[in-house]
Design a protein around this ligand. Structure first.
Ligand code: SAH
Length: 354
């Protein structure tokens, strides 16, 4: 069976032609899938019953089951999805003013092994298919009222997106296509641990999206401890590949820095960061650590956060301290798979969607 979520408009037209159908039907079908967010072919009432039947025989519109659905007081909603191919992943809808941002996963688990992160504790199980990546977008869009649209996408859920770059890019085509979700590439951000060959490939072939690089340390010694894959890569090649991406895209870079109390939050680390990043068109996104049950890391005190920020700002860096959203439902990072939240309104459990 084919999956409509990873079928291009041209392929769909071809399929229609082979069945004696008009190719303009492809636009109607895509309108149902991406704008109306239809979860079944039955809903596509401007198509003949016969065509709907043929579509249902040939294509699926998604394969996931919603294992759980949580909503926090600030409007953040989080879905835990299970795919028949194996594994559970999570994805999040964040509401901020008129923004409707989603955070999506790229793999089941993660192989990068960042020591403070919940997603990689059991390693990586598999890459998500592009349809599975698109399906997260649609499942989250279906949580919105009909008149609202998704406005932003960050690929910051479970997994390392640049370790699954082909499927990711196919999925982001559907997200950004005018007859897909119609989200401008300028509002789509790929977050990476920093894999230079894939960053260089993106710069050469597809520099349309925003790139965020997860730094977490200003020198190799500390980064090798926090982000074990760094030992084989090193900071300098990562910064050089990020610069290359900036050259190709013209898009301001983001560097992410998860602030871990007593580990990477010393004033000297802030000074080193200034030396590493100054004179770049970059935003430094500092994320106070969101504690993970069972891991020995903690959020720094407000005072040490303030001091850290002051040094960065005095050093001339463009700094943003990220507001945590969805904390109470563990939506800030890959935790729902592990910790079943308690302080939440659980909306649905185990409802099959398609
Ligand atoms: N693998 C990619 C994308 C997924 S992680 C990457 O490394 O960028 C997205 C971001 O969330 C990364 O910066 C990651 O380090 C951060 N993160 C992971 N666990 C966290 C936690 N417990 N608290 C705060 N940020 C976390």
């Amino acid at each position: 069976m084919l999956n409509l979520l990873e079928t291009t408009s041209d392929d769909l037209k071809q399929w229609l032609r082979e069945r004696g159908q008009q190719p303009y039907r492809a636009a109607q079908i895509r309108q149902w899938v991406f704008q109306q967010r239809a979860a079944s072919f039955d809903a596509m009432t401007n198509l003949s019953k016969r065509l709907r039947g043929e579509l249902a025989e040939a294509f699926t519109l998604g394969t996931s089951t919603i294992v759980s659905h949580h909503r926090a007081g600030d409007g953040t909603e989080k879905l835990l999805l299970e795919f028949p191919g194996g594994g559970q992943i999570e994805c999040v809808l964040l509401r901020d003013g008129t923004r409707r941002s989603i955070c999506i996963s790229s793999q089941v688990g993660c192989a990068m092994g960042c020591v403070f992160c919940a997603s990689g504790l059991d390693g990586v199980e598999r890459n998500l298919t592009s349809a599975e990546i698109v399906e997260q977008m649609l499942q989250l869009a279906r949580l919105l009222p009909a008149e609202e649209r998704l406005s932003h996408i960050v690929v910051m859920g479970m997994g390392e997106p640049l370790a699954n770059v082909d499927h990711l890019l196919t999925a982001l085509e559907q997200a950004s296509a005018a007859d897909g979700l119609g989200i401008s590439p300028r509002r789509i951000t790929i977050s990476t641990v920093g894999l230079p060959p894939a960053m260089q490939r993106l710069a050469a072939e597809n520099p349309r999206y925003n790139l965020a690089v997860s730094l977490h340390a200003p020198n190799d010694e500390l980064r090798n401890e926090l982000v074990p894959v760094n030992a084989k890569i090193g900071l300098q090649p990562i910064i050089a590949a990020a610069d290359e991406y900036f050259e190709a895209s013209g898009r301001q870079l983001t560097f992410e820095y998860v602030l871990l109390g007593g580990i990477n939050d010393h004033p000297e680390h802030a000074h080193e960061l200034v030396r590493l990043l100054r004179r770049r068109s970059a935003l430094l996104n500092v994320i106070p650590y969101n504690p993970v049950a069972g891991l020995p890391y903690r959020t720094p005190s407000d005072e040490s956060q303030r001091e850290f920020r002051k040094i960065l700002q005095e050093g001339g860096l463009n700094v943003h301290f990220r507001q945590r959203k969805g904390d109470e439902i563990s939506a800030a990072c890959g935790q729902l798979r592990r910790v079943k939240p308690t302080v939440v309104q659980t909306i649905a459990t185990r409802s099959s969607q398609t």
